[in-house]
Design a protein around this ligand. Structure first.
Ligand code: AMP
Ligand code: ZN
Ligand code: FE
Ligand code: FE
Length: 278
């Protein structure tokens, strides 16, 4: 049996539900041999996850998922096999933390203009020790009855192009890829099919990503429709990128993004782990 690599998932240090310990146990139960923890803009969970992984006998690859922007769209870049002590990474994470805080205030202001006051404090109730993100605002909007569900909150107020979709704070590709490479890591364009772009736009995006020093693209992100991996592999080949795969797991009960539960890499793919395993 070929080992399963799941190179994209979240713990409760960003917007996931599970602790790093529970995440690692769940990965083990789903036969994952190599797991990368890639929380949004933070590496807080990595040390604990590494210890747990050692106990479970699986390999934990230190990772992160950075928020960036490209022509006014929010784009995610995953950094894999990063050195947590690298100065470039530490500075990058600190800068993102600050940007996330500024962004949360901007989202709250915009929601206030729509008649929903107190969103900053409201969202904070749900964030605990996490950095404030759109999911916390979504929960607040549900709480005050502005919407019926988190999904509806994104659809009406927080999703791409909506009033609370603030991404002006995020850095561009060059900066983020610089942080990742400065930490000896590999920069991976996350879930390319989830940006709601035409194929032409997606190719432009990938070209810019490769030009900025990006090295890989997620050809597989969770359970996806037949043929998509092959399609994404074509884009990888077009720009000489390696291929990555991951579930983007956030919480149990979402079978389309379950740890380790996705198809094998396309046959001709050059897997991203070639960068760190010899
Ligand atoms: P943020 O990092 O604050 O921009 O929040 C991004 C996170 O919001 C994603 O990682 C998802 O967990 C969540 N999210 C994005 N779009 C939706 C949606 N349409 N419905 C529910 N959750 C979403
Ligand atoms: Zn997330
Ligand atoms: Fe993402
Ligand atoms: Fe993610």
């Amino acid at each position: 049996m070929t080992p399963i690599y799941d190179l994209h998932c979240h713990s409760f240090y960003s917007d996931g539900i599970l602790s790093p310990n529970d995440l690692v146990s769940r990965a083990k139960a789903h036969n994952v041999s190599y797991l990368a923890l890639t929380d949004h803009d933070t590496t807080q969970g990595i040390a604990v996850a590494q210890k747990a992984a050692k106990d479970e006998g699986i390999d934990l690859i230190p990772g992160i998922e950075f928020s960036t922007q490209w022509y006014g769209r929010g784009i995610h870049i995953v950094g894999l096999n990063i050195d947590l002590d690298a100065e470039s990474l530490i500075n990058g994470v600190a800068k993102q933390e600050n940007s996330r805080e500024q962004r949360a205030r901007a989202i709250a202001e915009r929601l206030a203009a729509k008649g929903y006051d107190g969103a900053y404090q409201g969202a904070q109730k749900y964030s605990g020790s996490e950095l404030l993100g759109r999911p916390h605002f979504a929960k607040y909007l549900v709480e005050i009855g502005a919407v019926k569900s988190v999904a509806q909150a994104f659809k009406r107020y927080l999703g791409a192009g909506k009033v609370g979709d603030v991404k002006q704070m995020w850095p561009d590709f060059d900066e983020v890829i610089g942080w990742i490479k400065g930490a000896g890591g590999v920069a991976v364009l996350a879930h390319p099919d989830k940006y709601d772009m035409t194929r032409t736009k997606l190719r432009l995006l990938t070209a810019d990503f490769a030009e900025a020093g990006g090295e890989a693209i997620e050809v597989i992100s969770g359970k996806q429709k037949a043929g998509l991996a092959t399609d994404m592999q074509r884009i990888a080949d077009m720009f000489g990128l390696h291929s990555s795969c991951g579930s983007d797991f956030h919480s149990p009960g979402q079978p389309w993004q379950e740890l380790g539960a996705f198809e094998a890499m396309p046959k001709n793919a050059r897997p991203v782990w070639e960068f760190w395993s010899t």
